[in-house]
Design a protein around this ligand. Structure first.
Ligand SMILES: Cc1cc2nc3c(=O)[nH]c(=O)nc-3n(C[C@H](O)[C@H](O)[C@H](O)COP(=O)(O)OP(=O)(O)OC[C@H]3O[C@@H](n4cnc5c(N)ncnc54)[C@H](O)[C@@H]3O)c2cc1C
Length: 248
């Protein structure tokens, strides 16, 4: 029973756990609480000035086992299979002064509907998009985790995958300590940070680079990325990684 789940309502809870030293290790996934603001707030931050629009389409039964991503002029749209009859849609678009008419997304979905015979499109939700990377993962026995460590653009569908990799590594370090009879203390977080931080930095930067690369069509990307844009082989290579992610 290493982990306990609890819904935190009382704002004094955070001060209390800091003062009482009741827990060996604390993992903090909420970026709005006082611990995050006071101790785990150093970040590399980039605003994409974009929003993700997500919805679910119901369609006729089809062999639906492949995620598909299309870099449209308006931004990337991903078709992520949920079942043979349902597909999740993530469309990201640069924010502009002109309000985006949600009906336009329906049109985009129908334009790129691929093999789906669409029955219905559910309510569209909107999320602001930014990139952030934690400079420091932990303070004593409190560690940030999940998107608090690395929030990336959703075009490659890799955000939670990164967290799953982190969980695997953190779990192995905890097990190492348990099997050697070592204490469960902040050393675990130090080891975790040393083991994954450089990798998370490279991976997140790579996902960001791919996003910038494919913005070329909109003439909005920065100069360095633009200079790569004319290289067909690089484009093919990046398309592969944008679609499938990177596996180590
Ligand atoms: C549009 C979009 C599409 C994405 N698609 C993919 C994808 O296809 N594949 C992929 O791997 N990743 C994807 N991601 C990324 C993925 O959603 C995130 O990486 C993941 O949700 C991060 O999980 P988290 O637990 O760190 O943060 P969150 O999902 O933000 O969870 C934090 C949790 O803490 C809870 N919480 C907050 N305050 C309190 C409190 N006081 N007490 C108790 N609980 C509290 C919140 O309710 C919330 O549930 C996508 C992201 C976006 C925006």
């Amino acid at each position: 029973n290493l982990f306990k789940k609890k819904k935190i309502i009382n704002p004094n809870f955070y001060k209390k756990i800091l003062n009482e030293k009741k827990f060996d290790l604390i993992i903090n996934c909420d970026n709005k609480n006082v611990i995050s603001k006071d101790y785990l707030n150093k970040k590399i931050f980039k605003d994409y000035n974009s929003s993700a629009y997500t919805t679910l389409i119901k369609h006729k039964k089809t062999n639906n086992n492949k995620a598909i991503q299309i870099f449209t002029k308006n931004g990337p749209i991903a078709f992520l299979p949920i079942s043979d009859i349902e597909t999740s849609i993530v469309f990201s678009k640069l924010d502009s002064k002109n309000k985006f008419d949600l009906k336009e997304l329906d049109t985009i979905i129908y334009n790129y509907k691929l093999k789906f015979k669409i029955k219905s499109i559910s309510q569209i939700n909107k999320f602001p998009l930014h990139f952030s990377l934690a400079r420091k993962y932990h303070k004593k026995n409190i560690m940030a985790f999940g998107d608090m460590l690395h929030r990336i653009h959703p075009h490659a569908g890799q955000g939670f995958n990164m967290t799953v990799r982190d969980i695997k590594i953190l779990n192995s370090i905890i097990n190492e300590h348990l099997s050697l009879g070592l204490q469960i203390d902040s050393q675990i977080f130090e080891k975790f940070e040393t083991r994954v931080k450089h990798f998370n930095f490279l991976f997140s930067s790579w996902i960001d680079f791919i996003y910038e690369f494919f913005k070329i069509n909109n003439n909005l990307s920065n100069k360095i990325v633009k200079s790569f844009g004319s290289n067909k082989h690089l484009k093919k290579y990046l398309t592969k990684y944008a679609d499938q992610g990177i596996y180590f």
